[in-house]
Design a protein around this ligand. Structure first.
Ligand SMILES: Nc1ncnc2c1ncn2[C@@H]1O[C@H](COP(=O)(O)OP(=O)(O)OP(=O)(O)O)[C@@H](O)[C@H]1O
Ligand SMILES: [Mg+2]
Length: 335
């Protein structure tokens, strides 16, 4: 890894570095790494978590991506539970078990549907409703989202680093908190009306306990709290990883627009996989062409994301795996 590979591009593209961004956000607590598939999200999340832990903060590195690779990255099994990372006393890693998250969400939904059917005095089995509610692609994501929010609310760490799925449905996930809020509002209103009608018609004036209503009230508070955390520019930052290539750039442009629309703070852009120009000079025609192509996309990145590029990471001659490699890459990401 030649450091001069990125010195020039860094000087040109990076006005506020990752280190400067962190220094300017001392209360940063929830960090996210997103981007197109295969661009280095997991690596950058790992590098950041190691850096934050080394700087003395109690850190959780969690993956909400159903296709995990944290265990591979760390050379340690971190699936399904928060696991202390060997060699640290303040770093934990956790690959959220998608199947488990989905099963729990399904049980939860079944219970709510049963409450609803009972309240509405409908004598139908909940099964079909459960099936309808859970047989859609957003369900898996929403289950993972719930899991992530649970982690955030538990408040057991100084800082959280989330390695997120490269999904195009990220937008739906973000929109969800807004839509949920409106939906819950409507549900509550009709629930209240139904409830007062029942009370008016019933002989006993005793107020019935309504578990669904209680749940909706609680859920609304939960969503509001999640939004509050996720839109707090001091606490939260989404970082987007890209390669100097057309598609990954297009993907993060869209993400950044959506996130800005939802008021979610964008921490910046990390440009990964940059080939050293001097390798271009000495390399094959293939490498020379790649270097030239990358130079064009680096210019595009500078134009599209002014002031937002936080680091330029050179392409290594091998995969970035294991703690020594993560610590080395840390100097490229954090200077
Ligand atoms: N700068 C780099 N130099 C060399 N190899 C790299 C670099 N960054 C990432 N890699 C390698 O590229 C591969 C993809 O990286 P990574 O798994 O972090 O991507 P990802 O965005 O998380 O992918 P996915 O979308 O599948 O989750 C890995 O094998 C990783 O070791
Ligand atoms: Mg990954």
């Amino acid at each position: 890894m030649t450091s001069s590979a990125t010195t020039e591009a860094t000087a040109r593209l990076v006005s506020t570095s990752m280190a400067a961004y962190l220094a300017g956000h001392p209360d940063l607590r929830y960090t996210f790494f997103g981007g197109k598939g295969g661009v280095g999200k997991t690596v950058m999340a790992g590098v950041s978590a190691v850096h934050l832990a080394r700087s003395g903060r109690r850190t959780l590195l969690a993956s909400t991506n159903p296709v995990h690779s944290l265990s591979g990255l760390l050379d340690q099994d971190v699936f399904g539970r928060q696991t202390a990372v060997e060699g640290f006393d303040n770093l934990w890693a956790y690959e959220i078990d998608t199947k488990d998250a989905i099963d729990r969400s399904k049980k939860d939904i079944r219970q709510k549907i049963q409450w609803f059917l009972k309240f509405a005095e409908i004598k139908t089995k909940a099964d079909e409703f459960v099936e309808a509610a859970t047989m859609n692609p957003a369900f898996e994501e929403s289950a993972m989202f719930e899991n992530m929010v649970d982690l955030m609310f538990k408040n057991e760490y100084d800082v959280y680093v989330f390695d997120t799925a490269p999904t195009a449905n990220a937008r739906r996930l973000l929109g969800m908190s807004k839509v949920y809020g409106l939906w819950v509002q409507k549900m509550l209103k009709s629930r209240e009306e139904a409830q007062s009608l029942r009370e008016a018609l019933s002989f006993s004036k005793k107020k019935e306990d309504d578990p669904l209503m209680n749940y909706l009230v609680e859920f609304r508070a939960r969503i509001a709290h999640a939004r509050e955390l996720l839109t707090d520019p001091q606490k939260t930052a989404f970082f987007f990883v890209t390669l100097p290539e057309a598609l990954p750039i297009a993907v993060i442009r869209r993400f950044i627009d959506w996130f800005s629309d939802f008021g979610i703070p964008v921490g910046g852009v990390v440009v990964n996989g940059v080939i050293a120009p001097e390798d271009g000079e000495t390399g094959s025609e293939f490498v020379r062409n790649r270097v030239e192509m990358q130079a064009g996309y680096l210019d595009e990145i500078g134009e599209r994301f002014p002031g937002q590029v936080r680091a330029v990471i050179p392409l290594s001659d091998s995969d970035i795996r294991g703690l020594p490699a993560l610590e080395r890459a840390g100097s490229a990401l954090f200077g």
